[in-house]
Design a protein around this ligand. Structure first.
Ligand code: AMP
Length: 474
């Protein structure tokens, strides 16, 4: 069905949260006192609840994890895409389903400027990337490109959820999507890719929990089985689940408040698959077996969004299966492009949580290695700024990590603070620079030696940590 054929969506139920962005036209306070003329702030301004500042000490761990995602995207032959941070509410309502938690409860609404019709459009910060990527695929006619298309992106997502450890209102996902490939090989390939990511990140014990939730042929039968089952136990369901039972009974299985005993007795989608879906799922499992990957079939993995078909999966560390512990989640969405007004296009992808992966790696004791030994450039001559900067520039051009000291402090103080910020070496600049030489000091041992400047990068780069200083002195 194309978008035009559908009756307009009622968004009345999609309450969501109102985004704190208020246009200056709508904010009466800003008319009285434009920003910049307000006096000093009375209270401290803090980051919004559920968001976090990335602090310098966490930077290396994030860079390492994101670097693995980028490198794997490249090695697995995915092309980078990016999409706006906000899209029309209708895209998410239609793609993810109006009764999904992401749309019904967790959407950050964004209001534009007052006035034009465009500005009055309803936007939301993206809660997940797949709907936006498929929107872009349709909008730019990417189906004419030689396919299947293999796309990746990395960026923040926004959900107005109750914040707690591992669950944030702004979080970062690495996302991969394959469009135009009906599988089943690509299903197994993506699960292997996520496994590879966790292996390289040093997160041990990651397991793929997977399921098949069928397609347009067999899903209606399964839906009915769920409606019949939960209908008989309606008194044990939460208000949300009772309301959603008729709209999307699969979502009842996703309800955090669902009684585990009731969940255990619920009909399983794998028992209601049509022949084509059963064959597809069996092939995926056989391919995973062939690769020797760790997985478990888990009938409770139904995913919370309407667009999923057939294979669905989530990754957890084996003994940590709490609500905030999923490291990645994804699945096949063969009907999504059509729902968004495109031609039928099979699709599959996953979103992998960078925040939780960084946490998991840290919890398992993985240290983020610095990208190289830090070198400080210092001088006893307070006027020697130009040589400090020139030498720092030269050493960086040769590939070293360099931090020049531009202060007029005494040499000893400069060396002390270089050691405090983690420098391993100091290049001390003095008169000998006129002869192309500097003093190289090992800040750990205090040993130092005069050496030709152009020898410094090779020795530091090659040895970093165990420099035989006498090798320099030619
Ligand atoms: P989902 O589409 O909800 O399965 O999200 C995919 C992955 O993103 C999850 O497996 C988590 O690793 C991560 N994620 C989802 N929601 C949050 C959140 N609120 N805070 C941190 N990470 C999240």
């Amino acid at each position: 069905m194309r978008i035009q054929d559908k009756k307009p969506l009622s968004l009345a139920r999609t309450r969501g949260a109102t985004c704190p962005f208020v246009s200056p036209h709508e904010n009466p306070r800003s008319q009285r006192a434009p920003i910049g003329t307000l006096g000093p702030m009375a209270g401290k301004i803090t980051a919004p609840r559920g968001t976090r500042d990335l602090l310098p000490e966490e930077g290396a761990a994030w860079t390492r994890i994101e670097g693995i995602a980028r490198a794997l995207s490249d090695r697995y032959a995915f092309d980078r895409v990016d999409i706006p941070l906000f899209e029309r509410v209708e895209l998410f309502a239609r793609g993810l389903g109006e009764s999904s938690d992401a749309v019904e409860k967790e959407m950050f609404r964004v209001s534009g400027a007052a006035g034009s019709e465009e500005a009055r459009a309803e936007w939301a910060l993206r809660p997940e990337p797949t709907a936006g990527i498929v929107r872009a695929y349709i909008e730019h006619g990417l189906h004419v490109r030689p396919g299947p298309l293999r796309l990746w992106m990395l960026g923040p997502m926004f959900r107005y959820d109750r914040p707690q450890a591992g669950r944030y209102r702004q979080f970062t996902q690495w996302d991969v999507e394959v469009l135009g490939d009906p599988g089943p090989m690509v299903d197994a390939e993506l699960i292997e890719l996520a496994h590879r990511f966790f292996a390289e990140a040093g997160v041990t014990g990651a397991v793929a929990y997977l399921n098949s939730i069928g397609d347009a042929t067999c899903r209606p039968g399964y839906r009915q089985a769920l409606i019949d089952y939960f209908g008989q136990h309606a008194d044990r369901l939460s208000d949300d689940s009772r309301r959603r039972l008729e709209i999307n009974p699969l979502r009842v299985l996703d309800d955090r408040q669902l009684d585990p005993e009731l969940a255990a007795g619920a009909p399983r989608s794998v028992d209601h698959l049509c022949d084509a879906c059963r064959d597809h799922f069996a092939s995926v499992l056989a391919l995973l077996d062939g690769l020797g990957l760790r997985y478990e079939v888990d009938p409770t993995i139904v995913r919370g969004l309407d667009y999923y078909t057939r294979t669905t999966f989530e990754f957890f560390v084996a003994d940590r299966r709490g609500q905030q512990q999923a490291l990645a989640g994804g699945g096949r969405y063969d009907g999504l492009a059509e729902v968004l007004g495109g031609r039928p296009t099979p699709g599959i992808g996953f979103g992998l949580g960078i925040d939780r992966s960084v946490l998991a790696a840290q919890e398992q004791g993985v240290e983020a290695a610095p990208s190289g030994a830090l070198v400080a450039v210092v001088s006893a001559d307070p006027a020697a700024l130009e040589p400090r900067l020139r030498v720092a520039t030269q050493l960086r051009a040769a590939g070293l990590r360099v931090r020049p000291d531009g202060s007029d402090r005494k040499l000893g103080r400069q060396l002390e603070s270089a050691a405090k910020v983690g420098a391993r070496w100091a290049v001390i600049i003095g008169e000998e620079l006129e002869r192309g030489r500097v003093v190289l000091r090992d800040l750990a041992s205090g040993e130092q030696q005069e050496a030709p400047l152009d020898r410094v990068p090779a020795v530091i780069g090659a040895t970093w940590g165990s420099l035989p200083l006498q090798d320099l002195a030619q």
